[in-house]
Design a protein around this ligand. Structure first.
Ligand SMILES: [Zn+2]
Length: 449
């Protein structure tokens, strides 16, 4: 049943006309018939028991767009029109296209901004409707630059699928029960915002129709696709849309920005986690490689002991290293103050500074000792100078083993700025060409120096 009609060629809106105009057509003597804007048929002006005004066809029309509009439909249209007008916008009921429009639509309520003339269509839909039909009708509005909002009083199938909302009466104040969402910490736990965690899509805290319309008119409402994983806590959308990925909701634009920065934060956290994981793996690989080197070295030492009953090459090498250390340490100690120390050994790379336990000359009662080196020193003993409380600095490598040189290890030594010490000129002559050093850059401290 329509709420608008034509009388003497003038449009009458029963929800927005004064008593004088209404009195000229309602219960007038003699009776006055008005014309339907939809089918052109004749109608009477009527009032419901609650004194809501509307029009009723004199005889049941065979083809009228207002057919099937129930009293509930009419009530919702009136309610929307009232709320729209309260906010200062025009509300046109059963609105038809204007000059210049492509048309194909008849809006239940067309809201018009009195200044910019921006138009928004509110379609009351109480009967069943497929999402496809809804989209087709929205497309027609879109061609004429009109956004569409679907309004229902039932838990309709299309809710959360096309832009719209479910209206419920709460103590006389119409509330948006579904269709709108807000992104933020749980209303019950606003302190979560400060912690920057646990953000959810949920029903807005202020969900009155007036608030939603005001936000729509002010351009603060975005039609937003919410990913299903983020819909936890959003009332009524799980049961309605179990099998879909996203839901379509009317949300505050601020919520969209907040979600974007929240997702960015989560992504950054993920990336950081990935980076840590990568570093951990790299460290593990390093440790493994060092283990392998150590085992190879020990195997080589064992093999030499086994192969040769005389003092092996490696034993000689170690003895030589021990003798050079004995000579070099006093030289370094002479550079030390009271709080300074010379540390001997290879300090694990994961330590930021050498510690006293990192490596010491091991006195095992024999006349040679064994100092841990690694692939970064070609098994030479690394000497550190620790000045006071400051971190130690690598100052020397004693007897790097020519058989354990890795490619480009000399680059590392140059970078460290360490002095290379060997016992004999023969050793220096063997080492120098292998690492591209001048002979003069290797210090010989043995008896033949
Ligand atoms: Zn009609």
């Amino acid at each position: 049943m329509p709420q608008t009609a034509l009388h003497d060629g003038e449009e009458i809106d029963s929800t927005d006309c004064n008593d004088g105009i209404w009195g000229a057509i309602h219960r007038h003597k003699p009776p006055v018939k008005v014309q339907c804007r939809g089918c052109g048929g004749q109608m009477w002006a009527k009032e419901s028991m609650l004194e809501n005004r509307f029009f009723s066809h004199v005889s049941k029309p065979s083809n009228c767009p207002s057919q099937g509009e129930t009293a509930e439909h009419r009530e919702l249209k009136s309610l929307l029109a009232r709320a729209i007008r309260d906010l200062g916008w025009e509300a046109r009921l059963e609105a038809t296209p204007e000059d210049g429009d492509q048309g194909g639509w008849r809006a239940d309520v067309l809201a018009v901004d009195p200044v910019s003339r921006r138009r928004l269509a509110f379609e009351v839909q109480l009967a069943g409707m497929t999402v496809t039909t809804g989209r087709e009708r929205m497309d027609k509005y879109a061609r004429d630059g009109i956004d569409t909002y679907w309004v229902t009083a039932k838990n309709a199938w299309w809710l959360w699928r096309i832009p719209g909302f479910l209206l419920q009466d709460s103590d006389g104040e119409p509330q948006v029960a579904r269709g709108a969402a807000h992104f933020g910490p749980r209303h019950s736990a606003p302190q979560a915002l400060a912690l920057g965690e646990s953000m959810y899509w949920q029903p807005p805290e202020d969900s009155t129709l007036t608030k939603l319309l005001a936000d729509i008119f002010d351009g603060f409402v975005a039609i937003h696709e919410i990913e299903a994983h983020g819909t936890f806590g959003l009332e009524g959308c799980h049961s309605a849309r179990k099998h879909e990925t996203n839901i379509t909701a009317l949300v505050n634009s601020e919520s969209v920005l907040r979600e974007a920065s929240y997702l960015q934060m989560l992504a950054a956290k993920d990336a950081e986690q990935t980076q840590l994981e990568l570093e951990r793996k790299r460290q593990l690989a390093n440790d493994k490689r060092r283990d392998r080197d150590r085992k190879a070295w020990e195997a080589a030492v064992a093999k030499n002991h086994h192969d040769d009953n005389s003092v092996s090459y490696f034993e000689e090498f170690c003895q030589s290293q021990a003798r050079v250390i004995e000579q070099v340490v006093p030289i370094l100690q002479s550079m030390c103050g009271e709080d300074d120390a010379v540390l001997i050994g290879v300090v694990p790379r994961e330590l930021s500074a050498p510690s006293q336990s990192a490596g010491v000359v091991r006195d095992d009662g024999k006349d040679w000792c064994y100092v841990n080196g690694d692939h970064t020193t070609a098994d030479g003993a690394l000497l550190w100078l620790k000045k006071g409380q400051a971190f130690g600095k690598r100052v020397a490598i004693v007897c790097p083993n020519p058989r354990f040189l890795r490619p480009k290890v000399d680059e590392l030594w140059r970078q460290w700025g360490v002095t290379l010490y060997v016992e004999t000129t023969e050793q220096a002559e063997e080492l120098a060409p292998l690492i591209g050093y001048d002979l003069g850059n290797i210090t010989v401290v043995g008896s033949d120096s």
